[in-house]
Design a protein around this ligand. Structure first.
Ligand SMILES: *Cc1c(COP(=O)(O)O)cnc(C)c1O
Length: 221
């Protein structure tokens, strides 16, 4: 009983005040999300547009919606209507499309740049060495506002081994911040999930994306 509520409260007690919780909601039911919202969750992270649309019908703007999956170009037009932040901008084409679709509805979208911190060929994200050039290239778009970086890091058995990737992403965050580019505000560093959020926070994350520790185990990934 009240398993989700207890989990959310436990996490809020533990998180430092400056750290923002995003409830990662893939595969969950709207009722589960509502329990989390009632327990104080303010931001829901969604990997899939269609799931988000279902939940949004019920929950609407009681929370902020962050897109945390891989966003396909043909989904952008619908996505920009629901989402308050897109954490996974990983190509100029995507940034351009978000800019265009937001322009049509007179919205300015907050975005994070996804960094492929372990340079894994099968993963999405901008390579660390390309990040500065990428930010310079997309910061000219008027309907997006760069707010920071996000990284997943590699899937490692021991989350302690994520430290170097998180550290490198934090360094990159500070580097880009120091450039003081117009239209770029480095406010959020989104690193860490259920198994790794403590490591993320100790390496400088101020936003964590937590699913399993709120909602319980997932049956199918
Ligand atoms: C699923 C997911 C999370 C949360 O992972 P958990 O292990 O459930 O905490 C965080 N970020 C992204 C991008 C995800 O897809």
């Amino acid at each position: 009983m009240d398993f989700i509520e207890d989990n959310v409260k436990g996490i809020f007690e533990e998180l430092p005040e400056a750290v923002i919780l995003v409830a990662a909601a893939k595969g969950r039911k709207t009722g589960e999300l509502l329990e989390a919202v009632d327990a104080g969750v303010k931001i829901i992270g969604e990997n899939y547009l269609q799931e988000a649309e279902e939940h949004f019908k019920i929950i609407g703007n009681r929370v902020e919606w962050h897109f945390i999956g891989h966003l396909q170009l043909n989904k952008v037009k619908k996505a920009v209507k629901i989402f308050d932040m897109i954490q996974t901008v990983d190509s100029v084409k995507l940034a351009k499309e978000i800019n265009k679709r937001c322009g049509e509805i007179e919205k300015i979208m907050d975005v994070l740049i996804e960094i492929n911190s372990a340079k894994e060929p099968q993963k999405f994200g901008i390579l660390p060495e390309d990040a500065e050039g990428f930010v310079r290239e997309i910061c000219i778009f008027e309907n997006i506002r760069i707010q920071g970086l996000m990284t997943m890091g590699p899937d490692l058995a021991d989350p302690e081994d994520l430290r170097p990737y998180f550290k490198m992403t934090k360094d990159l965050f500070e580097k880009i911040k120091s450039l003081d580019l117009s239209n770029v505000e480095m406010r959020y560093l989104s690193m860490g999930m259920t198994a790794s959020y403590r490591i993320g926070i100790s390496e400088g994350a101020n936003m964590v994306r937590i699913g399993v520790k709120i909602f319980g185990g997932r049956e199918n990934g």
